[in-house]
Design a protein. Structure first.
Lengths: 144, 109
């Protein structure tokens, strides 16, 4: 249960520095981090390890905030931060963005994973993860 | 914005935090059983087993079918699936955001 994760890869015609800035400067984050049909009325970024950020998103479906804390800042190759919102059930998840230069292009790898919380660690200690995984695999993807 | 039930996971973990209840879930993972059949696996009273079944039922992990005087219990693993709910949301969120980042980068050139 504690190993849920998503990974994405993209190639951009830009340098690592440009992409790193797009991910860390509030004025730039506003330009692309906001879903279509929504706006970001408020954003604050304290870019240091242990520093936090807050991104308020507003759409006709409602308002919600994404908040988190920077865990690793290695300009211009790696950025890791916690991420929580109503869509993560307000539990902390971890987003890691890695930038790999290929000539004039940059490959971006984004990993979004959950952080094993105390309960998940206890479950793991009890050897129950494999059983839970087996149960989850029995659930039909649709109609649950 | 899709809202998920924050309490579901806590209920699930609480329900599984007892060895008898975990054994009940293991038993039912194989096939449905009556309460008497379930009770026969344990060295505790029928009343005791019934109480554990009730906790699992309240957490939504077990469903009960009643045929006459016989109560059949079967497993409903759907609550466990809830843990992965954010995955479905963020798969499309990050795909769209990363595409938007590409558009933004290209527009600036």
């Amino acid at each position: 249960m504690s190993n849920t994760s998503l990974q994405f890869r993209r190639i951009y015609h830009a340098s690592r520095e440009e992409l790193f800035a797009a991910w860390t400067e509030p004025e730039q984050m506003r330009e692309w981090l906001c879903p279509a049909g929504a706006t970001i009325p408020y954003i604050e970024v304290d870019l240091r390890v242990g520093g936090s950020f807050r991104i308020d998103m507003q759409s006709e479906n409602g308002n919600y905030s994404h908040t988190g804390e920077y865990r690793e800042i290695t300009r211009p190759e790696k950025l890791a931060f916690t991420w929580s919102s109503i869509n993560t059930q307000n539990k902390e998840t971890l987003v890691t963005v890695t930038l790999i230069q290929h000539g004039r292009q940059t490959e971006l790898v984004l990993t979004h994973e959950d952080l094993p919380d105390k309960q998940a660690q206890e479950m793991h200690a009890m050897g129950w993860n494999s059983i839970l995984d087996k149960l989850i695999s029995q659930v039909p993807a649709q109609g649950t | 914005v899709v809202e998920y039930n924050v309490d579901v996971l806590d209920d699930t973990f609480h329900a599984l935090a007892h060895p008898v209840r975990r054994e009940i879930v293991s038993q039912l993972a194989e096939n449905r059983q009556t309460i008497l059949e379930l009770a026969s696996h344990f060295d505790i009273s029928l009343n005791g087993v019934s109480k554990h079944i009730k906790v699992l039922e309240d957490a939504g992990l077990i469903q009960r079918e009643i045929h006459g005087r016989t109560h059949y219990c079967s497993l409903n693993p759907a609550p466990l699936k809830h843990a992965d709910a954010w995955i479905e949301h963020y798969r499309s969120f990050w795909n769209q955001r990363l595409d938007a980042l590409g558009d933004y980068i290209n527009k600036r050139k």
